[in-house]
Ligand binder design. Sequence first.
Ligand code: AMP
Length: 112
Amino acid sequence: MDCLFCAIVKGEIPSKKVYEDALCYAFLDIAPQAPVHCLIVPKCHIASADAITKENADVVAHIFSVIPAIAKELSLGDGYRVITNVGENGCQSVKHLHFHILGGKKLSEQMA
Ligand code: AMP
């Protein structure tokens, strides 16, 4: 399977690492949409939030358990937004589950 974020997790494509553990990998977005724009992905391939199941949900819970520490590391104490895009209408461009962590300024009240 040809997956950009699987290749980034494996180190086959370079990225600016923010955090890593056995289950997930966080790195800076290549085209930031906010002063701070980080992505966090499970190391295992899950296509999107629409592919989360009882069987693989533990890694998603794990990701959310480490986001506060990543946000602290990124100096996002004033707040931030966590977003995941799903499918065509959600404008998901990379078909590997990822959560955007956006912050570093007061974000728009509009979400869509
Ligand atoms: P989405 O549109 O929700 O699927 O988000 C995919 C994100 O991946 C976008 O914000 C892209 O800027 C980002 N992206 C694409 N290629 C890379 C890369 N090589 N390194 C870091 N971020 C990337």
